[in-house]
Design a protein around this ligand. Structure first.
Ligand code: OGA
Ligand code: NI
Length: 184
């Protein structure tokens, strides 16, 4: 567990640095802003579900972080949206899955997309996954890049609070559209 966290931490920083360089932005942003006390590991357990077509393992969502490193076991069930269709992510015990999260989408001005994903249930087999979430400190400000930023600047604290408020009031996460500079 400790090992997964520390190896994921290193990998997440390497990947984030490379992605930042592609945007010609400072790659040390993550080293400076993504500190240990906000990054976290989540272990998911999905018990068998007798009515898989009626119950999600995990509702469709995007992750509220910079990027996620996910390990899923051989059972499968993870799906992501590609060209408006749900596509299954084939289990591969030798591979890690990297998801871009909301913060990277904002920081890159939409160059990188926070991918919508969900988990389907399995009628007979239990499933496990482990995910590492690369997050900035609560005070870190996410500045959208470019001359025509699609999102206003916001702190991670503000983003989290908004997500929590929406989930409480509306029952679902609105996410980045709340911080859009464009009215629609
Ligand atoms: C998550 C997530 C996917 C999985 O924890 O945010 O999307 O395969 N998990 O468990
Ligand atoms: Ni997720």
């Amino acid at each position: 567990m400790e090992r997964f966290a520390s190896e994921s931490e290193a990998l997440a920083h390497t990947l984030a640095g490379v992605l930042a360089e592609k945007l010609e932005r400072k790659s040390n942003f993550f080293k400076e802003n993504c500190v240990r006390n906000t990054c976290y590991v989540r272990m998911n357990r999905y018990p068998p579900c007798p009515k898989p077509s009626e119950v999600y393992g995990l509702m469709p969502h995007t992750d509220s972080d910079f990027l996620t490193i996910l390990y899923q076991d051989q059972v499968g069930g993870l799906q992501l949206i590609k060209d408006n269709r749900w596509v299954a992510v084939k289990p591969n015990p030798r591979a890690l899955i990297i998801n871009i999260g909301d913060l990277f989408q904002a920081w890159s001005n939409g160059m990188y997309k926070s991918v919508e994903h969900r988990v389907m249930t399995n009628p007979t087999v239990e499933r496990f996954s482990t995910a590492y979430f690369l997050c900035p400190s609560y005070d870190a400000v996410i500045e959208c890049s470019g001359d025509c930023p699609s999102y206003r600047n916001f702190s991670f604290r503000e983003f989290r609070q908004q997500v929590q408020d929406d989930v409480k009031k509306l029952g679902y996460k609105v996410g980045l559209p709340r911080f859009s500079n464009h009215l629609y």
